[in-house]
Each structure stands twice: as structure tokens, then as C-alpha cells.
Design a protein around this ligand. Structure first.
Ligand SMILES: *Cc1c(COP(=O)(O)O)cnc(C)c1O
Length: 429
């Protein structure tokens, strides 16, 4: 499907931007074809440069939990912008957002704002290394923590779908500081701790993995991590950039009842504007400059417009019943797709936590990166383009999460399910 305006824009873009995009997965490398250039979004729908409208399940990769251009967010952004876009000085809004985060997340006593999730994880690692005096970090294959050098080893998301297990430009010295274990494998964690426990500054983990598709932690996995970290004097970092305020008001840590030492946030906390944050125990956070010696700074950190969008989003989310509504929309989508899978008789399954889910084209449950990579990506490519033609915009890669927002209606979910029924039939002719 060539869309004239999008095609023309993509042709221009590829001349002046690598791959024609500002972030790799947007280029449709894993599914082929020309990405629609998006002109506008409203509620659950987006419209491309050629005037085609889609039900959006990407939600800007997670942040837009209220849907596009929510009136409260637009109003907050406009009001904040009218008062000045940046001061490089402390503002009232930051204090409110920080207090809100501290009140919501059980493990977070203090928080520092940055401008992206990548900055949050990078800074949390620096802090963990400073606090422990150790060098190495344990991460899990298929977990993605932004494009931090030392975390680009066996990473999920675009790194995985582009078939770049590690990125050139990451030095061997950096790579050697990263230990990789298998997600959901306590044996693999035990081996890593046996070999490197004395030198592990931190374990960083997505408490519900979302960057190899949605892969929940199995019972006992995170509890085991918490226990091992305590025994070894290693800090446990929950990367809740996706799950924070997405799976519940108190994040994955609240719903799972496990307390990390440090937490990283992004996506939903910025309501669709650039933001990131890291926080945790007071004694650790007080090591951050200027309270302590661990340097970390940012010209636009805590930007007033991002903070206003974040506050407006979180205030909407704090209304009674929002997470119940997200859960019921997610459950309706899951059961509709499961029905369509049965009807079509294809090897596939849905994995979902609340409003985030992945339709995996593989038989059986996916619990780790190796299993996720067994998916039939050729089928996915066909399916993806069928869905797009039916007017449903999915993440353009098998190993990503789809997101339902509060703007989706049960009718929208019904439309998506019908599109899945048709698209499955056509992808397995
Ligand atoms: C998106 C993401 C990041 C990186 O955030 P950016 O804002 O894209 O830098 C980090 N960790 C997780 C779990 C993410 O999903």
C-alpha cells in the first residue's frame, strides 16, 4: 500500500534522517512497507498524512494512557506554555509531581526528574555503582532499558527486531560490565550471582517485561531476585518506565508487592511529553548531587510543560475506576482475540497484563526472550499489514506491546476484534 503523502515524506526523510525516522522501530523495518506519517490524533484514533484514520494501539509506545489530545492534557500544556516554556530553575509543578509519585509508589521516597527513560536508567546505574562501589550490572535478555551503552547488551524492543543483539559502538570494556541472565529463570540468576555476586552493583529488571512482547514475571522470580540482592548487597532496580502508572496506580511494585531499591519511570508520567524520572530510598537518592556527590544534571530536566502534562494525566488516572476500566477493556480485547485465534485455528496466543498485551504467533506460553524469538515473524508481517488495511495501527513488530487507553470504547475493541478475525484468516490462507 503506497500512500502518496506518507511515501513522499518518507522519501524526503530518508535523505536527511537515518532510516527516515527519529527512533528505529518507526521505520517499519520489521514489517516492511512505508510507515504512515501521522498528522493528528484524537482520543483512540490517529489520522495519517493521507487522511486515513486508524484505531491506535501504539499510544506513542505507552505514554498516552488517556488517548490522544485529551482535553485536560491539552489545556494543561497550553496553560503551562503560556507561562513560559523553560526556566532552568525550580518550579511549583515539579514539587507536585514529585509528591504525587512518592505518594503512589511504595518504594520511592525521593525522585529526580530527567528528560527520558534512557536518562533515568543510565542515572540509576550510576547511582547504584556509586552506592555499592561495584562495577557490574545484571540485566535480562529481552528486557529493554533505553539506549544506555551498558544496557544495549541482549536488549529487547527495536534492538531485538533489527537483529542487533549488541550495538557496534559499545566497547568491550563496557560490555564486560554487563552480565546477562534469562528472564524468569532463577537458575540463570543463581549462576550469575555465583559468578559475579561480589561485584554486582545492581540488578535491573522490567518487573513485567514489555519489550519482548508482554511477558509477565512468573511466580517467585522477582521474590528470588529481591532475596539474592539482599544477600549479596546488590541493589534491585525496577525499570517501570512502561509499567509505572500503567498497570496500576502503584506500578508493578505495588501490584506485585515487591519493593525495589530504585525505580525508573518515564512514558505515562509525562503524559506524552518528554520526561523520565528515577527515585527510591532516601539514603540512596540523597547521594545524588547536589545533596551528595553523584553528578547528574539536565538543562530541560523537570520541564514545566512535561510536568504539567504528567500532572494532568496522573490526576485523570487517580479518579476512581480508571484502572478497573483499563482492565475490563484489556480483558475484552484479550478474550475477543482468543476467540478469533480459536476460530482461525492458528498457533498463537495472547499475553496481557491490564491494558498492555501482545498477540504472539507461537504455540504455548512465552516466558523469556528465546521463546519470544520463536514467533512466526513472517505471519506477523502479513497480519500487521492486514490490520493496518482494516484501520488498526499496531506496533510494527512482533516483539512489542499494544496499549489500550481510557479513550478506547467497547465499540473500538469490537472493531479491533473484527479486524483480527479477518486478518488472521487472510494471514493463514
Ligand atoms: C521505553 C523504555 C525505556 C526508555 O525510555 P525512553 O524515554 O525511550 O528513553 C526504558 N525502559 C523501558 C522498560 C522502556 O520501555
Amino acid at each position: 500500500m503506497t500512500s502518496s503523502h506518507s511515501q513522499a515524506l518518507f522519501d524526503r526523510a530518508t535523505g536527511v534522517m537515518p532510516g527516515g525516522v527519529s527512533s528505529p522501530v518507526r521505520a517499519f523495518g520489521a514489517v516492511g512497507g512505508t510507515p504512515p506519517f501521522i498528522a493528528a490524533g484524537n482520543g483512540a484514533r490517529i489520522t495519517d498524512a493521507d487522511g486515513r484514520t486508524y484505531i491506535d494501539l501504539v499510544a506513542s509506545w505507552g505514554p498516552l494512557i488517556l488517548g490522544h489530545a485529551h482535553p485536560a492534557v491539552v489545556e494543561a500544556v497550553a496553560s503551562a506554555a503560556a507561562l513560559g516554556t523553560s526556566f532552568g530553575a525550580p518550579t511549583h509543578g515539579e514539587v507536585e509531581l514529585a509528591e504525587l509519585i512518592v505518594s503512589a509508589l511504595p518504594s520511592v521516597e525521593m525522585v529526580r526528574f530527567v528528560s527520558s527513560g534512557t536518562e533515568a536508567t543510565m542515572s540509576a546505574l550510576r547511582l547504584a555503582r556509586a552506592a555499592t562501589g561495584r562495577a557490574r550490572v545484571l540485566k535480562f535478555a529481552g528486557c529493554y532499558h533505553g539506549h544506555v551503552d551498558s544496557l544495549l547488551v541482549s536488549a529487547g524492543s527495536g534492538v531485538a527486531t533489527l537483529g542487533l543483539p549488541d550495538s557496534p559502538g559499545v566497547t568491550d570494556a563496557t560490555r564486560s560490565q554487563t552480565v546477562v541472565a534469562a528472564y524468569n529463570s532463577t537458575e540463570s540468576v543463581a549462576e550469575a550471582f555465583d559468578a559475579f555476586g561480589d561485584d554486582l552493583a545492581a540488578v535491573i529488571v522490567e518487573p513485567i517485561a514489555a519489550n519482548m512482547g508482554v511477558v509477565p514475571a512468573v511466580n517467585g522470580f522477582l521474590e528470588d531476585l529481591r532475596r539474592r540482592c539482599d544477600e549479596a548487597g546488590t541493589l534491585l532496580i525496577f525499570d517501570e518506565v512502561v509499567t509505572g502508572f500503567r498497570v496500576g496506580w502503584s506500578g508493578a511494585q505495588g501490584s506485585l508487592g515487591i519493593t525495589p531499591d530504585l525505580t525508573t519511570l518515564g512514558k505515562v508520567v509525562g503524559g506524552g511529553l518528554p520526561i523520565g524520572a528515577y527515585g527510591g530510598r532516601r539514603d540512596l537518592m540523597e547521594m545524588v548531587a547536589p545533596s551528595g556527590p553523584v553528578y547528574q544534571a539536565g538543562t530541560l530536566s523537570g520541564n514545566p510543560i512535561s510536568v504539567a502534562a504528567g500532572l494532568a494525566t496522573l490526576r485523570q488516572l487517580s479518579a476512581p475506576g480508571t484502572y478497573e476500566r483499563l482492565e475490563s477493556l484489556g480483558a475484552a480485547l484479550e478474550s475477543g482475540i482468543e476467540r478469533a485465534i480459536k476460530q482461525a485455528g492458528v498457533p498463537a496466543g495472547v499475553q496481557r497484563v491490564g491494558s498492555m498485551m501482545t498477540l504472539f504467533f507461537v504455540d504455548g506460553v512465552v516466558t523469556n526472550f528465546d521463546e519470544a524469538r520463536e514467533c512466526d515473524t513472517t505471519r506477523f508481517r502479513h497480519f500487521f499489514h492486514e490490520m493496518l488495511a482494516w484501520g488498526v495501527y499496531l506496533p510494527p513488530s512482533q516483539l512489542e506491546a499494544s496499549f489500550v487507553s481510557l479513550a478506547h470504547t467497547t465499540d473500538d475493541i469490537g472493531e479491533v476484534v473484527s479486524a483480527v478475525e479477518e486478518s488472521l484468516e487472510r494471514s493463514w490462507p
